[in-house]
Design a protein around this ligand. Sequence first.
Ligand code: FES
Length: 173
Amino acid sequence: MAMKYSDTVLDHFTNPRNVGEIENADGIGEVGNPSCGDIMTFYIKVKDEKIEDVKFKTFGCGAAIAVSSMISEMAKGKTLEEALKIQNKDVAKELEGLPAQKMHCSNLGADALHAAIHSYQSAKEKGLSAPPKVIIDHEHEEGDEHGDGCGCPSCEKDEHTGASTCSTCGPEE
Ligand code: FES
């Protein structure tokens, strides 16, 4: 049975926003999902306690890429306090939903952003010149459908390459 992805998910998957790394970032957060091996890293630049810039690198499934892209857009310009309130379910909602099997991929998103904020805060608290990378290893959650593998949103072929398009069918236009 083919999974249905919203147009918003496909848009963010084929054309992810804010991909990359920030040099001299003020906060770096990384979240890994041990069940599928996917990793998401968020970099933030903070000014006046607001997220001035945000970039990410995601090695993961299409849903994880779309989630990272969406959350980067949601976080930009927000105060740290507001950004800490962004929940995984808010991201899934902004993406107009994710298939049930892919909801666990959205769990990485908000956590990675929050880890980057904690990284900034701990550097500030301790007076460090460079922020420590905050790493969270995502554990299985009760009722989560982990271990389905990561698939291309268009054809569900398993891909873990971090490529932005599926090698089998390419992105859906
Ligand atoms: Fe690993 Fe989506 S994040 S399956």
